[in-house]
Design a protein around this ligand. Structure first.
Ligand SMILES: Cc1ncc(COP(=O)(O)O)c(C=O)c1O
Length: 519
């Protein structure tokens, strides 16, 4: 069969969000940034009544919904157009203001539907990247990219999935420079961020804002949103939107929801002021990198995103893996109520205990953390103990970067008459307690007491000291490493299949591990 679809449609990939099976999933759905509880009771009640009282054989009428939205957004009704969700708003805006081969600027990573509609429309897409470190909006790149062929600039604010926000002053700068283009601001998460560009529309008629009932209002399944714009542009866009595109049930729910706005506000307060700090503290405490978000979701970067997502799902919590530019290996979690976040944290703690891969630093002792005397080569009295420069600082930095610390040391002839335990222990204990005072704790301390002629299985570079521990340690073999000053340490790393960080004898430990942490 000859494929009669437009070439540019044939060339597109379908946008298929992993939605199948969600409605019947009996766990906690934290993967699509929806409201995690149902809408206000009054909304549910009105929908139940609908079948009885309304005539669904008639085409929908929108009654005073645009007025109610206008009052909520504090604009005039002539500045409002209701849409079949934000998705339709995007489509209508792109089709009204740009044609084939016109350029649309869509900073990425972002919500997928912008690029989808732009491709359908035959637009050229320009995609500056949110900054690699903090995922900030690429304001300079966007400003630099503005030229006569640019017809629409998308500002997703706050941006999904990064959560980052462009301050309104930044939107104003774009609107000023791009006088002949539409600055389209998607405020799907407005109820959570509290930040809006709606006030700028009077001064800059090229700004168009969309919002939705899908998120804080809890009506994603009904598909309703709206656009706020200069009234002249609303009239143009109404020619593109169909007269019945928003169904009667959605309008009814939207109308009732707007008479219960305080219910939505209190949900947003619980999410942003209570549940979100709880989650952020959890990430902070566990050294899990996350990005500050102005929405009801947080993007975070565990060491092994796939393992975390799969394990959470098995324990009844769905999160959304991300693979877009600059955020590969991250997960996005929707923030819900406090009890729901407690459930998420509980499941996460469980997975860290049971299946999570852990970064370990296997660190030598003498010559690496404490001064190794050249004479006896043994610290066999408290007098000889000298913690090396950079040892405490380096260990702390490793801990801060999420490493667990393990000491692996050869102590030739320990517990023999020449090197009794009573000579070793005072300095060992003093060293460990000095570290503890600085907040440094070793999860394990392994010591081989043998001499080379003993032919034991545990003297470094042999692995016998750690073999049993490794059976349960869930070592992240990519990020863990061995650090020491001798060939035997290097050999241990080789025998364990781990990277080796070389240390100058009695040198500075912090300097030695710096580069490794930067990786
Ligand atoms: C930024 C953004 N805009 C729009 C939407 C979709 O909104 P709607 O359900 O109103 O089409 C989403 C949904 O995830 C979103 O994240």
């Amino acid at each position: 069969m000859k494929n009669l679809a437009l070439k540019r449609i044939q060339d597109m990939k379908p946008y298929k969000p992993p939605i199948n099976g969600r409605a019947s999933y009996d766990g906690l759905l934290l993967d699509f940034n929806e409201r995690t509880t149902g809408p206000a009771d009054a909304v549910v009640f009105s929908l139940r009544q609908f079948g009885r009282d309304q005539k669904i054989q008639l085409y929908p009428e929108y009654f005073d919904l645009p007025d109610k939205i206008a009052a909520y957004a504090q604009v005039d009704s002539s500045q409002v157009m209701i849409t079949n969700g934000t998705d339709q708003a995007i489509d209508v805006i792109f089709r009204t203001f740009s044609g084939e081969d016109d350029t649309i600027i869509i900073p990425v990573p972002t919500f997928s539907m912008y690029a989808q509609y732009a491709q359908i429309n035959g637009n050229k897409i320009l995609s500056p990247l949110y900054s690699a470190g903090d995922l900030d909006f690429p304001l300079k790149d966007v400003l630099d990219a503005i030229n006569d062929s640019v017809k629409v600039i998308v500002v997703c604010n706050p941006n999904n999935p990064t959560g980052t926000l462009l301050p309104v002053a930044g939107i104003e700068r774009i609107a000023k420079k791009a006088k002949d283009a539409i600055v389209y601001v998607d405020e799907a998460y407005y109820e959570f961020s509290g930040v809006s560009a709606v006030n700028l529309i009077g001064k800059y008629p090229n700004i168009i804002v969309s919002r939705t009932f899908s998120k804080a209002f809890g009506l994603a399944g009904l598909r309703i949103g709206y656009v706020v714009a200069n009234n002249k542009y609303i009239s143009e866009m109404l020619k593109v939107r169909g007269p019945y595109d928003v169904n009667q049930l959605a309008c009814l729910a939207g109308t009732v929801a707007l008479t219960n706005v305080q219910e939505v506000e209190s949900y947003a307060v619980e999410v942003m002021k209570d549940a979100k700090p709880l989650l952020e503290n959890f990430f902070l405490k566990n050294n899990i990198k996350f990005f500050h978000s102005a929405g009801n979701f947080i993007l975070f970067k565990p060491d092994n995103a796939k393992l975390v997502a799969d394990t959470l799902r098995r324990s009844g919590i769905a999160v959304r893996p991300q693979d877009k530019p600059n955020i590969k290996g991250t997960l996005r979690v929707t923030i819900g109520t406090r009890p729901q976040m407690q459930a998420f944290i509980g499941a996460y703690q469980n997975l860290m205990r049971t299946s999570y891969l852990q970064k370990y630093a296997l660190v030598d002792r003498d010559g690496t953390l404490i001064y190794e005397p050249p004479d006896s080569r043994q610290v066999d009295s408290l007098k000889k103990l000298r913690i090396l420069d950079g040892a405490v600082e380096g260990l702390k930095r490793l801990q801060d970067a999420g490493y667990q610390l393990v000491m692996v040391s050869n102590q030739d002839g320990l517990d023999t008459p020449l090197f009794p335990l009573s000579d070793f222990e005072p300095s060992q204990n003093a060293m460990l307690s000095a570290f503890a005072k600085a907040g440094v704790a070793f999860e394990q301390v392994f010591i081989c007491p043998h001499k080379s002629q003993d032919k034991c299985a545990c003297r470094k570079p042999k692995t016998g000291l750690v073999d049993d521990w490794l059976k349960t340690a869930r070592l992240d073999t990519k990020q863990s490493f061995v650090c020491g000053d001798r060939a035997s340490d290097k050999g241990l790393a080789r025998n364990l299949g781990l990277p080796f960080v070389s240390m100058i004898k009695n040198g500075n430990f912090e300097d030695a591990i710096k580069e490794r942490i930067a990786k």
